[in-house]
Write a protein of this length. Structure first.
Length: 91
């Protein structure tokens, strides 16, 4: 069994650099060489991940059963509306 690679591994960073993608992943605290990262971009990335987290609770979105982009987008809209209604109803 393959051992999991840490999200800030040099292999991942090298792959991103090869594809000219800027890594906005902060280095782990136990890294010997500290790696600088763009805090503003990391904050934006984190906000996007937190937005998609609750949407992935819906199995149809997490596994993308729909074959057509319009069908998938419709499911995303339905899931987002359900999530939004929880906040509107609570207020």
């Amino acid at each position: 069994m393959l051992s999991p690679v840490p999200y800030d591994a040099d292999v991942i960073r090298a792959d991103l650099a090869e594809r000219t993608i800027e890594a906005v992943i902060p280095g782990r605290s136990n890294r010997r060489l500290k790696i600088e990262h763009n805090r503003a971009l990391y904050k934006q990335r984190n906000r996007i991940e937190r937005m998609f987290g609750p949407l992935k609770i819906n199995r149809a979105i997490a596994t993308r059963y729909d074959q057509l982009a319009n069908s998938f987008l419709g499911m995303v809209h339905l899931a987002a509306t359900r999530y939004w209604l929880k906040f509107v109803h609570a207020a």
